[in-house]
Ligand binder design. Structure first.
Ligand code: NDP
Length: 402
């Protein structure tokens, strides 16, 4: 097993794979900065006694990465680096005959717009090579796709609407920080909002639509949620038959929105390079360097996250329209005590390890390129309960209205 990327999420994936070392066999952690891999390997050795191997690689370099995969006899590659490297890592997997899994879909560096089309184009090549590529095995995308597949298999004969709702009610006590890679996070939030209704994509201004939502955990309570574009809507709109509408919502505090507004107003979130002292640099890349490293938020963050799917459809049991919220609650400090990461990295990293378990067991080995709702949700749902992300189903009165 080769894990590529040694950031906040890569740490969690490596830790969780090590917890299941008998199943995972030889584990390699390879990334751009070797020292980060070595630090994670040392922590894992201290915590679990498991030895994982480390290497320096440049995931943009297909030939070098493929040679590395061959050298270490890899069967699976977990891409926990950045979305910009998805295509080169898929190319390296094809060249070396290795199964592929990632947590975020490809986005060109110079265009903050993600779309599955780039990765879906690999369908025939993976099929012909007899290799499996699993796209988006984090929490959202990832668990949210599996929640929908599970709901369609066991609860609803048809799903009419889906609202994916992501709340981080944690507090790190810092004036401003992002919970995962700052550049990816800010590109996502400053982009126009988008949702899908009756076969059409409807565009909104960034953070234009918001409403209050009361979460099922009293520590989270009622929070303002904002409509965003999020990648899993693209595949779910395609793969859930009969779907009429899908939207994605995320909570942000007033403090977060105020900081982001100022940064945008002064041009710091721009990805257009500017020249300083002969060097060209995008303001957002500079900003990323001065913001706190998400990995450093682990010991500081207190509180809970709640991510789930509010689904309305025709009940298999009663034949009537019903709404259910399928969700997970995660506690930042409990995550840190277990794997030295806050809950955002934890909720993204554990599903990557669980997706890898489905490849190893053969449950999800199927040549081609797949989003998670196209695969059997049952073993993945069982593993969520077993590996740290237990889920719950709540009956709710009605779908989310504005
Ligand atoms: P980080 O920025 O903390 O980590 C990214 C890692 O990738 C770093 O170790 C970085 O190296 C490494 N890397 C970057 N470029 C290269 C390269 N060319 N070659 C090799 N390694 C490289 O990000 P996060 O851990 O926060 O996020 C990781 C991924 O998880 C992202 O794709 C993110 O979008 C995704 N994610 C998915 C979620 C989900 O729910 N689906 C939620 C949260 C995140 P270096 O250490 O040198 O910088």
């Amino acid at each position: 097993m080769v894990i590529v990327g040694a950031g906040g999420v890569g740490n969690v994936v490596a830790q969780k794979c090590a917890q299941d070392a008998a199943n995972f066999g030889e584990i390699w952690l390879a990334s751009r900065t070797l020292a980060k891999c070595e630090q994670i390997a040392a922590d894992i050795k201290d915590d679990t006694g498991v030895e994982i191997k480390t290497a320096q690689i440049d995931a943009y370099n297909v030939a070098e990465t493929a040679a590395f995969l061959r050298k270490v006899n890899a069967t699976y590659l977990l891409n926990i680096a950045l979305p910009y490297q998805d295509l080169t890592l898929m190319d390296a997997c094809l060249e070396a005959g290795v199964h592929y899994l990632d947590t975020a879909n490809y986005e060109p560096l110079d265009n903050p717009h993600f779309e599955y089309k780039y990765q879906w184009e690999y369908q025939d090549r993976f099929k012909e090579a007899g290799l499996t590529a699993i796209l988006g095995s984090g929490f959202d995308p990832g668990v949210t796709n599996v929640f929908c597949a599970y709901a369609l298999k066991h609860i609803f004969s048809e799903i009419r609407t889906v609202d994916i709702i992501d709340a981080n009610a944690g507090d790190h006590g810092l004036p401003f920080a992002t919970n995962f890679n700052p550049e990816i996070n800010i590109r996502e939030i400053t982009a126009p909002g988008l949702y899908w209704e009756k076969g059409e994509w409807i565009k909104t201004k960034p953070l234009e639509i918001s409403t209050n939502y009361t979460f099922p955990h009293k520590e989270i309570g009622t929070k303002r949620i904002y409509l965003l574009h999020h990648e899993e809507m693209e595949s779910l709109a395609k793969n859930l038959p009969g779907l009429e509408r899908i939207r994605f919502w995320m909570t942000f505090s007033d403090n977060y929105i105020n900081h982001l507004t100022v940064l945008e107003n002064v041009g710091m979130t721009s990805i257009e390079p500017i020249e300083i002292g002969g060097e060209k640099i995008a303001p957002l890349q500079f900003l990323q360097k001065v913001l706190p490293d998400p990995a450093s938020l682990g010991p500081l963050t207190k509180g809970k996250t709640c991510i789930g799917c509010l689904i309305t459809g025709t009940s298999r049991e009663t034949g009537k329209e019903e709404s259910k919220f399928i969700y997970n609650i995660c506690d930042h400090q409990e995550c840190f005590a277990e794997v030295k990461s806050q809950a955002i990295s934890y909720t993204a990293g554990v599903p990557a390890m669980i997706g890898a378990r489905q490849l190893i067991s053969g449950a999800w080995l199927r040549p081609g390129v797949w989003n998670l709702e196209q695969l059997d949700p049952d073993p993945f749902m069982d593993d969520l309960n077993a590996w740290g992300l237990p889920w719950h189903i709540l009956e709710v009165d009605q779908e989310l209205s504005l």
